[in-house]
Design a protein around this ligand. Sequence first.
Ligand SMILES: Cc1cc2nc3c(=O)[nH]c(=O)nc-3n(C[C@H](O)[C@H](O)[C@H](O)COP(=O)(O)OP(=O)(O)OC[C@H]3O[C@@H](n4cnc5c(N)ncnc54)[C@H](O)[C@@H]3O)c2cc1C
Length: 420
Amino acid sequence: MHEVDCVVVGGGIVGTALTYCLSKFGIQTTLLEQSAFGTGGSTGLSAATVWCGVDLATTEHDEKKQQLTDLEEDMYLCAKSRQLYKEVKCKECQYMETGALEIATSATELSFLRHQWDTYQQRTSGKTPSLQAEWLNSNDAVRQKEPALSQSVLGAIYTPLSGFVSTPIGCARAFADAAERMGAICAEGARVTNVVPCSDNVATSAGTKRRFMVEYTCESKQTQQVATDHVVFATGYFTDVMQRAFTSQTTESQTPQPLPPTTIVPVQGQIFQLDKEPPMTKTKVQNYPNLQWPQKVIFTVRGYEYWKNHTTSPPKVTHDATGKRLTHHAYLRPRIQGGLLAGGSRIPAGATKHITDEELFHDNVSYMRSFLTPLDHYLALKEEEEEEDFRKKTLEERGIDYWRGTMPFSPNGQVISYSN
Ligand SMILES: Cc1cc2nc3c(=O)[nH]c(=O)nc-3n(C[C@H](O)[C@H](O)[C@H](O)COP(=O)(O)OP(=O)(O)OC[C@H]3O[C@@H](n4cnc5c(N)ncnc54)[C@H](O)[C@@H]3O)c2cc1C
């Protein structure tokens, strides 16, 4: 048995980044991950895009403290993510600051986007750091920033600090490595099986009692123990289940009481990469020398629009009772190797059996080609060349790499906050 100030359960991007931050503050931390860092849940399957509207690095330390309360948490957390990615430099994981465009392709979306722009401005007005964004009110202005977008895009919010992380698994690894260099213990293949209040005889070297005993199994299958004062469940879409299972064992007299369990809504998304075939390995699109794959991150507003205005869970917002999708949400980004990585279609995690990968792909792609010129031209070319054959081919036969993954959401799509 060993003892530490804090045990972090789960070594996805959240658990590894948290362990890194705690270690920077000199808090003795043990990180326990059942698989390899970044691979056991959502992190390794992510598109790893990062939206960022303010630059925390330009402010003094004291001002940063102010931001926590002044800036709304979602903006602060996004900016903090960018800052951490830039800070934990490593070969495998780079923060690619390409800038991002949140686009509108209809009058309704444009008016929603305008409202969003006004809100961003209000929330940051007179505060440090200031909003780093631009309102693009015409197709020309948008296409000057990103020529790959089509005439159907009516406007956009441009955030130059946004971007993506080259490999999310590499990032999780980099955070864990950096934490270890500062004295943290970061264990892979360590599955937490129980968290119980400590019995009275578990004392620290200073003679005081530790609050919790965390039990875990590792490769040897032997149960190991670590005594600690704080346990953080950074277990992604398992978090509420873990919290409920383990906090039920704490006693009423225990102080401070554990935070009440959160509710996590598991949501599935599909990602595909168009880069397996030779034309996709370059930024230029074959046979269209004037067309380039997008060089910026692109988010569509549709879906998000409804999401923000409803308090029901994301699946209910994006789908009707029969599981049929009502709204779209799509995001695209360049890949470092060239080509395109695109994701979309948020669906309830339990209801996906009835939607095949082909159907999802078709749905996502037919939406994306409406605003992305090179994708539309590429698919039109393929369909013309191969006629019916192209559509009959499986995704693999068409050289399209795809996967689905589950991610954690809050019931209303907003940041889960304990601060108020
Ligand atoms: C297809 C897809 C696309 C996405 N695109 C984006 C994007 O572009 N931008 C973005 O910001 N987000 C994106 N996300 C969401 C993002 O990936 C997640 O929000 C994020 O990875 C969650 O990280 P996490 O560390 O909380 O959870 P996870 O990565 O799920 O990590 C939880 C870890 O806990 C471990 N664990 C569970 N139980 C135990 C136990 N008993 N003992 C020890 N370890 C345990 C698991 O093995 C796992 O490694 C996407 C997600 C998916 C699936």
